[in-house]
Write a protein that binds this ligand. Structure first.
Ligand code: PMP
Length: 369
């Protein structure tokens, strides 16, 4: 038998706040149409693949040495990309990078949350926010969105005033509902918050809204914008997330990061991917147009479609979301049950994948709603 088999998690001396919790669990299944984790469906170009391979080959000659602990070259390239993409003058000292924006969020809670501190988020939202809170022993407070999943800003502001959290999470566009927060609403949250406001902009490149990066100069002790190369950048497998904030926030990250957290290979590959940013991001407009087509067709078929500013769409209302999710899977289409009663989320894929998804949707609309 397996060494140590038969011992349950419950019998381990686990920290109390982790007992009974479930792990993050998007199913990783290989099926013809995979529309479940909000990836960019377009594979990297040959030029990008070659540049990554050549860069990693070169980096491999230095594998006996630790990487640049502060990833200065990579942060400089990210700052240049951000300055071009957002129009705001971002410096390398405003940027911090880690292994995916999940690690960025964890480092932020290690520094600004933790035992005796609290974080508040507007649910339904990204499921990892409360999981990272429990991993860092930060109390988690749910504030609900409206029944149509839009953010009731008056309620949001009064929740912050009442609960006085150390960290507020705002996801814009929000996963899994697709809404973006208007700048004037974000200002009200920033004015109401005493602590850090993390604006999770994982899907920012898909949005028509301006980035919150423009507000950092006004709220330097509060606002942190978190971003990722996993979505629009088509670099989910490369694991590279980053934050934009005042340089002091980056200094705070140095207190909690593990030394050499970004490998030589990761830094080289991410730099190569950034050199090809414009060709990669060319897919964003196509995906946005496809999103609009999928939303229009689902509406026409009779589904309840939540308007999306990102590369995914939440739709329903199903009698049983769990049962319908299985029907899609039986037809070779993997979408996501995000745990919202009556709704499922589909990622926008290649045109042909969206066609197949819409075909299956048309066949299910009668029986599942
Ligand atoms: N934030 C949001 C809102 C997300 O949806 C995701 C990916 N599911 C992430 C952060 C984390 O992505 P990554 O760690 O790949 O950067």
């Amino acid at each position: 038998g397996v060494i140590g088999q038969g011992v349950s998690v419950d019998s381990l001396p686990l920290r109390e706040n982790l007992r009974g919790k479930s792990a993050y669990g998007a199913p990783q299944l290989t099926v013809p149409v995979q529309l479940n984790t909000n990836e960019n469906p377009h594979p990297p170009t040959q030029a990008l693949v070659d540049d990554v391979a050549e860069s990693v080959r070169h980096a491999a000659t230095q594998l006996h040495r630790y990487p640049d602990r502060d990833a200065v070259e990579l942060r400089t390239a990210l700052a240049e990309y951000l300055t071009g993409q957002t129009g705001f003058d971002v410096d390398a000292s405003n940027v911090w990078a880690a292994n995916g924006s999940n690690e960025i969020l964890q480092q932020l809670l290690q520094a600004f949350g933790g035992p005796g501190r609290s974080s508040l988020g507007f649910v339904p939202s990204y499921s990892m926010h409360p999981i990272i809170a429990s991993g860092t022993q930060t109390e988690w407070i749910d504030a609900k969105r409206r029944a149509d999943f839009s953010l009731d800003i008056d309620f949001a502001v009064s929740s912050i005033a009442e609960r006085d959290p150390d960290v507020v999470f705002v996801t814009s566009p929000n996963n899994p509902t697709g809404h973006s927060i208007p700048t004037e609403d974000l200002r009200r949250i920033l004015d109401a918050a005493r602590g850090i406001v993390i604006l999770d902009e994982a899907y920012a490149e898909f949005s028509a809204q301006p980035s919150a990066i423009g507000l950092i100069a006004e709220y330097p002790t509060k606002l942190v914008v978190s971003r990722t190369m996993s979505k629009a950048f088509a670099f989910a497998g490369g694991r590279l997330g980053y934050l934009v904030a005042a340089p002091a926030v980056v200094e705070a990250m140095l207190l909690v990061r593990l030394p050499y957290h970004l490998s030589v290979v990761t830094q080289a590959a991410a730099l190569a991917a950034l050199r090809h940013a414009s060709e990669t991001l060319g897919s964003v407009e196509r995906l946005s147009a496809e999103r609009d087509r999928v939303m229009a067709r689902l509406t026409e078929l009779g589904f309840d479609v939540i308007p999306s500013d990102a590369n995914f769409v939440l739709f329903g209302r199903f009698t049983s979301a769990a049962a319908t999710w299985k029907r899609y899977l039986e037809q070779g289409v993997l979408i996501r049950d995000v745990g919202i009663d009556g709704y499922l989320r589909t990622t926008i894929g290649l045109d042909s994948e969206n066609d197949r998804f819409l075909e299956v949707s048309a066949s299910l609309v009668q029986s599942e709603l």
